[in-house]
Design a protein around this ligand. Structure first.
Ligand code: UD1
Ligand code: CA
Length: 456
């Protein structure tokens, strides 16, 4: 979109959030509300976007520093019109400006696109919605031709105007040059003694400009957040909408309402997700992947045919085709499993690379390790990767067999095809294809008897 610019108002304090954090930084589905808005307008191809900030300005700039934005400072909150005035020096001389709020996070790009279609060739467009109860909102006034000609705020409205149910969402498109002219004409002669952005509509109508309003069906998309109750409502709505999109795209959710996705889910065909699953960040699930109930998946990529069983927690990992994980497995960042690997219950993996067909089935900690293909890691095997100062690596080569309850004191290598006897503490590398063990030989005391108590 050439010459389209977004102007995002976000200087308000958000007193009702009762928070030290600026309102627009409160997360919705894992992303700051303001980030949602920025992502939406960026997705629409808008550039040189301007954000007006005041309360918590530094925190906001920090939190959004990965984005290409122009920041404008509004030191005193004298109204939405005053906020927009601060942005005048940053506005283009040609094209259109889209005005949105930082605390209205759910507006969809498809909706904005439809709005832009209607506003082509128009000087000023207002996005509106009809509400059962319009109390508190600015009402849309129309002329005899049915075109919008003014917005009247609740506090300035007479009884007849108060009965109007079509309200101002606060989202506008305005020709850039015109917007600058209109903003410079605003006064604070109204009930709230504020500079009201809404007044640009009447000013434009009086100047003979072409105005349009575009009414949308779904009020949730344009609802703002004032307190944490409303934030929770929008969160639920967002989750519901996202889950429905995913299901329509072919994902099976066994108990949709219990699944939460704070980020992005990309999935293949015939993927099934059971109840109470939480996903965060970027999650990629290949064809035929099954996620059991109560799993947490954060920034993971799971290849086709893999099964993650109940209560498993996976973060920052890549899981190969047809792997079987869990129940009750914990897979930490930096872990990679090749295809057909198995990780069983109460196994913790950290920065581990596990080869094809290898098994770590019970009660293990494997950290900073490279495990080859066809390896069997017995129950309770621990890599002692930390000596109190530094981390060291353990290497277990192809087809090795590590007996139960072995401690592998890193750095150490278990050679190809080697066998480690159960209960060993391995401090030196174990040669390939040989049996290595370290235990005190079993011993039976010749005379010892269990003591008996006197009072029996
Ligand atoms: C505004 C509209 C009203 C509309 C409603 C929709 C005006 C005068 N009224 O009312 O017609 O129905 O939104 O929700 O515009 N802000 C600043 N600086 C300021 C004041 C506000 O940046 O000095 C920002 C706030 O952070 C917020 C947004 O502008 O994101 C809206 O401000 P708010 O005070 O909530 O406007 P309303 O009174 O609700
Ligand atoms: Ca408001």
């Amino acid at each position: 979109m050439m010459n389209w610019q977004a102007l995002i108002l976000a200087a308000g304090k958000g007193t009702r959030m009762k928070s030290r954090r600026p309102k627009v930084l409160h997360p919705l589905a894992g992303r700051a509300m303001l980030q949602h808005v920025v992502d939406t307008v960026t997705h629409l191809g808008m550039r040189d976007n301007v954000v007006v900030i005041g309360h918590g300005a530094e925190m906001i700039q920090n939190a959004l520093k990965g984005n290409d934005l122009k920041w404008v400072w509004q030191s005193e909150q004298l109204g939405t019109g005053h906020a927009a005035q601060q942005a005048i020096p940053e506005l283009h001389d040609e094209g259109y400006v889209l005005i949105v709020y930082g605390d209205v996070p759910l507006i969809r790009s498809a909706t904005l696109q439809a709005f832009f279609e209607v506003c082509q060739e128009v000087d000023l467009g207002v996005l509106t919605v009809e509400l059962e109860n319009p109390t508190g909102y600015g009402r849309i006034l129309k002329n005899d031709n049915g075109h919008v000609c003014a917005i009247v705020e609740e506090k300035d409205a007479n009884d007849e105007q108060k009965r109007i149910r079509e309200i101002n969402t606060g989202i506008y498109v305005v020709k850039s040059v015109l917007l600058k002219q209109l903003l410079s004409q605003l006064t604070n002669q109204n009930a709230q003694q504020e500079y009201l952005l809404t007044e640009i509509v009447a000013l434009a109508a009086q100047a003979g400009c072409v105005l349009r309003s575009y009414s949308i069906d779904d009020p949730m998309e344009v609802s703002g957040v004032n307190d944490r109750v409303q934030l929770a409502e929008l969160e639920q709505y967002y989750q519901h909408r996202y889950r429905q999109d995913l299901m329509r795209n072919g994902l099976t959710l066994m108990h949709p309402d219990s699944v939460t996705i704070r980020g992005e889910l990309i999935h293949g065909m015939d993927v099934c997700v059971d109840a109470n699953v939480l996903m965060e960040g970027r999650v990629i699930l290949g064809d035929n992947v099954t996620i059991g109930p109560h799993c947490v998946l954060m920034d993971v990529e799971i290849a086709a045919g893999a099964t993650i069983e109940a209560f498993s927690h996976l973060q920052g990992a890549r899981i190969g085709e047809n792997c079987r994980i869990g129940p009750y497995a914990r897979i930490r960042p930096g872990t990679q499993l090749a295809s057909e690997a198995k990780v069983g219950n109460f196994v913790e993996l950290k920065k581990a690379s596990v080869g094809e067909n290898s098994k770590i089935n019970h009660l293990s900690y494997i950290g900073d390790a490279i495990i080859g293909a066809g390896v069997n890691v017995g129950a309770g095997v621990i890599t002692c990767n930390y000596d109190g100062v530094k981390k060291s690596e353990t290497c277990i080569e192809d087809n090795a067999f590590v007996g139960s309850n072995t401690a592998l004191v890193a750095p150490v290598t278990v050679g190809e095809g080697a066998t480690i006897g159960a209960g060993s503490t391995i401090t030196h590398s174990a040669p390939a294809r040989r049996l290595t063990l370290s235990r005190t030989p079993q011993y039976t005391h010749p005379t010892w008897e269990r003591p008996v108590t006197d009072n029996q």
